[in-house]
Design a protein around this ligand. Structure first.
Ligand code: ZN
Ligand code: ZN
Length: 307
């Protein structure tokens, strides 16, 4: 599989002179399989230049499989600007999780973006043959690529995708925060025995949920993981926002035996210099934990990784 990063920024596009190196576009990854399978993970603003390149490079557009991790803005904002939507011969299959409320299915959430209040071109102008499917935790094939999904810990329904082809695997977490004990927040000391039992039970549930995640990423060749925060920011200041910090990413990498890790979903306030400094700290911490720092990269727009 060949992976190319088209958007590495989290939350909101952050273009400008201070983000040229790592990029300002929001979440989007293109994966090409050995049989020219075309898979796109998330449709942040990075999907606009990707769509332009697909149209320009391909005489005939391949069947496009768009896997959405979740429908927060930074993961769908580029959709109306995805050029293949406007081509009659294009076949685009969109899969992603449904909202918690059943009537808000994936198609409705995407249609809303193209209402006149928000966008000048209506959905009637979309010429492509578009199909939609809402997913839970499941598995299926796209050509030779086997896909599995797992719910992440995020403040909406959000899926992590695991792709395998010819024994090589990639996991893209989308947005993910470590599971934690809700009763731990602001807790001083347990006041009585009943509280202790309740707290211990929840601790076990949390530990099992984190274990499921580690199991899902076990031994993967490439883990593209949400790493929005530093240990100074998370958990003390940002817990519950749905993102991870790099110290957790390192621990997961070691525990799961991940072979290579790309840290992405950069915070919009982070300049290139900030990310470089963050990377220095990450490499230093990795060495201390016995992880080869050469196996870790900061996700950078435009970079290709072959698996
Ligand atoms: Zn996000
Ligand atoms: Zn999100």
């Amino acid at each position: 599989m060949k992976l190319k990063l088209w958007g590495t920024r989290g939350s909101i596009p952050s273009p400008g002179p201070s983000t040229i190196k790592y990029g300002g576009n929001t979440a989007c990854i293109h994966i090409e399989g050995s049989k020219n399978e075309c898979i796109i993970l998330d449709a942040g603003t990075g999907i606009r230049p990707l769509g332009m390149e697909l149209v320009e490079k391909c005489e005939f557009l391949p069947a496009i499989h768009l896997l959405i991790s979740h429908t927060h803005w930074d993961h769908i904002q580029g959709l109306p600007f995805f050029e293949p939507f406007y081509f009659q011969d294009a076949k685009i299959d969109i899969k992603g999780p449904a909202h918690f409320l059943e009537e808000k299915m994936l198609k409705n959430i995407l249609d809303v973006q193209m209402q006149h209040e928000f966008f000048p071109v209506s959905k009637e102008h979309l010429k492509a043959n578009i199909t939609y499917e809402t997913l839970d935790e499941t598995e299926f094939d796209i050509g030779n690529i086997h896909v599995k999904s797992l719910f992440s810990n995020h403040p909406t329904r959000s899926l992590i995708y695991h792709l395998t082809e010819k024994g090589k695997s990639i996991v893209y977490t989308g947005d993910h925060e470590p599971y934690y004990n809700l009763f731990d927040v602001g807790k001083e000391s347990p006041s009585n025995e009943t509280d202790d039992i309740f707290f211990d039970d929840t601790d076990t549930t949390v530990s099992n949920a984190n274990g499921r995640f580690v199991n899902f990423i076990k031994g993967v060749d490439l883990l593209v993981i949400d790493c929005q925060y530093t240990p100074e920011e998370y958990p003390s200041l940002r817990r519950g926002f749905g993102h991870s910090s790099w110290n957790y990413c390192l621990d997961w990498m070691k525990e799961a035996g991940v072979k290579k890790m790309a840290l992405t979903h950069h915070d919009p306030v982070r300049t290139d210099d900030d990310i470089d400094k963050m990377f220095d700290n990450i490499r230093e911490a990795a060495e201390k934990k016995g992880i080869d720092p050469g196996k870790i990269v900061m996700a950078k727009e435009g970079v290709e990784i072959r698996i």
